[in-house]
Design a protein around this ligand. Structure first.
Ligand code: AMP
Length: 422
């Protein structure tokens, strides 16, 4: 029969205990680290659906973005309604806040989950990938920027990510952004015949996005174009300097006035973290301020800043894994006593959070169960048979040190032993 394969650009993640898949374990670990960091900033979790009304992304991410132009997984449901697998998390978060009528309050939220973009797959670029994101809502420019960068530095520190640069820029307040866009348009309009169709479209709809063009001809033209830096107010420039000076002892921060993000909704401070260890797709997180999005989606005026982290890319850079928990393999050698022996494992688990107890559920011989325990890297095998149950004892066999002898311990002593190794 013809085998069924996973779709192009979509990967399975299986623990390395099962498949020797190291990146999967790093991803699971990274997700836990991120959740703990978000909680330590008192940020609350939000989960939104994977499927949304297509209009949500057209109106938020923007018609000029690559995502909406060519990467959306959109289709009609059985009711002929156009729906889309979310390509990013921010739009859904804001939709949800507006729908729950809590858009006049302030919120700090985090999410984690799969996103879908119909991109050309390559190293570090998938069609289904995972993003963790933080949205700080209801706070004007200032401390919220500092908090976001503080979170990024904490992530880099905990995962020991060096060889990384956090690029930051400011797209200007409303007035300076408008003045810069007019100057850019005036400069580019006489050169319009030299622009490709995409850039021409950007020029007409959102000239700022031209700075993001991948066309080398356009980039050459832009060399002589007006620079955003010359239009920024002192307040905007001060924010960049403040962030750089506050965190430069912790992470490598560079002001890059050419940085514009690929989504239409950004307004002021923007940033992107890149690492030369990632190859061509070198950005592993990015974000910025998007003060107008809530209003544009039909809600109240709500200042906001957020970021999205590509979990697969971040995990591939992560250098530390916490010390794995001590694994104890419980081997029951008589099928008559299984439930009673299982209950002992149940009790032992509650004694220490730093050990994992694997009760081998299959029938095999003691030898095959010991082989399995060794393969799983268990530190100890606890062996229980009818005799042990009668005498309220357990055999303990150390597995990591071949020279250690097995010993017999009473039920009471085994509890202290578990506390000791945990
Ligand atoms: P964006 O939502 O485009 O600002 O992306 C934020 C982060 O998500 C990027 O810095 C990447 O780390 C990650 N990312 C975006 N697209 C993909 C993709 N197709 N595959 C893997 N990671 C991605």
């Amino acid at each position: 029969m013809k085998k069924i394969h996973s779709l192009t650009g979509m990967i399975d993640l299986i623990s390395n205990k099962v498949s020797k898949d190291d990146i999967a374990s790093k991803i699971f670990y990274t997700e836990n680290v991120l959740k703990n960091i978000f909680e330590s900033y008192s940020i609350s979790e939000i989960r939104t659906p994977g499927l949304e009304d297509t209009d949500l992304f057209k109106r938020s991410v923007g018609d000029n973005s690559d995502i909406v132009n060519k990467e959306l997984y959109s289709f009609f449901d059985k009711n002929d309604k156009s729906i889309t697998l979310r390509p990013e998390g921010t739009a859904s978060v804001i939709r949800s806040i507006i729908e729950k009528k809590i858009d006049s309050e302030s919120h700090k939220l985090w999410y984690l989950g799969p996103m879908w973009r119909y991109e050309r797959p390559q190293k570090g670029r998938y069609r289904q990938f995972n993003q963790a994101g933080v949205e700080i809502l209801g706070y004007p420019e200032g401390l919220a920027e500092i908090e976001i960068v503080s979170i990024i530095c904490s992530i880099m520190k905990k995962l020991k990510i060096d060889d990384s640069v956090l690029k930051i820029n400011h797209l200007g307040d409303k007035k300076s952004k408008q003045e810069f866009c007019i100057a850019l348009e005036n400069f580019l309009k006489p050169l319009a015949t030299k622009l490709d169709e995409r850039d021409l479209q950007r020029l007409n709809n959102n000239p700022l996005r031209i700075l993001d063009s991948k066309n080398p001809e356009t980039q050459k033209i832009l060399n002589d174009a007006p620079k955003i830096k010359d239009f920024l107010s002192n307040e905007s420039l001060d924010i960049l300097d403040l962030i750089k000076s506050t965190f430069s002892d912790e992470c490598n921060i560079e002001i890059d006035h050419n940085l514009v993000r690929g989504l239409d909704y950004y307004t002021g401070f923007v940033f992107e973290a890149v690492s030369s260890n990632l190859g061509a797709q070198d950005a592993y997180l990015g974000g910025g301020r998007y003060d107008d999005l809530c209003l544009e989606l039909g809600g109240k005026e709500m200042p906001a800043i957020g970021m999205a982290i590509g979990i697969e890319r971040l995990a591939s850079l992560a250098k530390t894994l916490d010390k794995p928990k001590t694994l104890v393999s419980l081997i029951i050698i008589s099928s008559n006593i299984e439930p009673k022996a299982y209950k002992i494992a149940h009790k032992l688990r509650s004694i220490s959070d730093s050990i994992n107890i694997d009760v081998q559920l299959s029938n095999g011989s003691l030898k095959s169960k010991l082989r399995r325990a060794n393969k799983d890297n268990a530190a100890y095998a606890l062996i229980i048979g009818e005799h042990e149950l009668e005498t309220e004892t357990v055999i303990i066999k150390p597995l990591l040190d071949q020279n250690s002898e097995q010993t017999v311990m009473s039920f009471l002593d085994i509890e202290s032993f578990i506390k000791e190794i945990g």
